[in-house]
Write a new protein. Structure first.
Length: 170
């Protein structure tokens, strides 16, 4: 089985959407870095995009960006009710198009919560600041999600502020 996204559009819009897909052995596919991650079927009402249930996050993000780009630049209607990929903390559904950004933030916040008490590496703009046990943190979820402050225990307690990235050290 696969997830299904139905896009309804006029025939001329359908022609404008074809370049988003690569024709491979008679099948239209959406490719990222040369890897086919979804198939597209063109019909009289529009396009039907299918992708596997077990798609990795990178592929879901690429599909989400594709749908946003298509919706932003073309007159289309997206029905992704058969493309539920997760749930938010309040139980509402997340599809590959709708609620996707909130879901990614929800997962990111859960990841940070799970690192409390664990040895982490703290970075800002790709530059390593320190490594130590995460004692506390503050999250910003206004538009973009990021850690805005954290306290690390290494040689004593150190407090950092800014747009921070935390990664668990194995």
């Amino acid at each position: 089985m696969s997830h299904i996204v139905r896009i309804t559009c006029a025939p001329e819009t359908q022609l404008a959407l074809q370049p988003y897909f690569f024709s491979q052995d008679g099948v239209h596919v959406f490719r990222v870095f040369g890897v086919s991650i979804a198939e597209a079927s063109f019909n009289e009402d529009g396009i039907e995009i299918t992708f596997p249930f077990e798609s990795p996050m990178e592929e879901l993000e690429a599909l989400h960006r594709l749908l946003v780009r298509m919706d932003t630049h073309h007159e289309i209607t997206i029905d992704d009710t058969q493309a539920v990929i997760g749930y938010l903390g309040d139980g509402s559904t997340v599809t590959v198009y709708r609620q996707f950004k909130r879901w990614v933030d929800f997962l990111s916040a859960a990841r940070v919560r799970s690192m409390e008490g664990v040895v982490v590496e703290v970075r800002t703009n790709g530059v390593k600041l320190t490594e130590g046990v995460l004692r506390s943190y503050e999250l910003v979820e206004d538009g973009d999600f990021y850690v805005s402050a954290c306290t690390i225990e290494a040689d004593g307690l150190e407090h950092f502020e800014g747009e921070l990235t935390l990664t668990a050290v194995m």
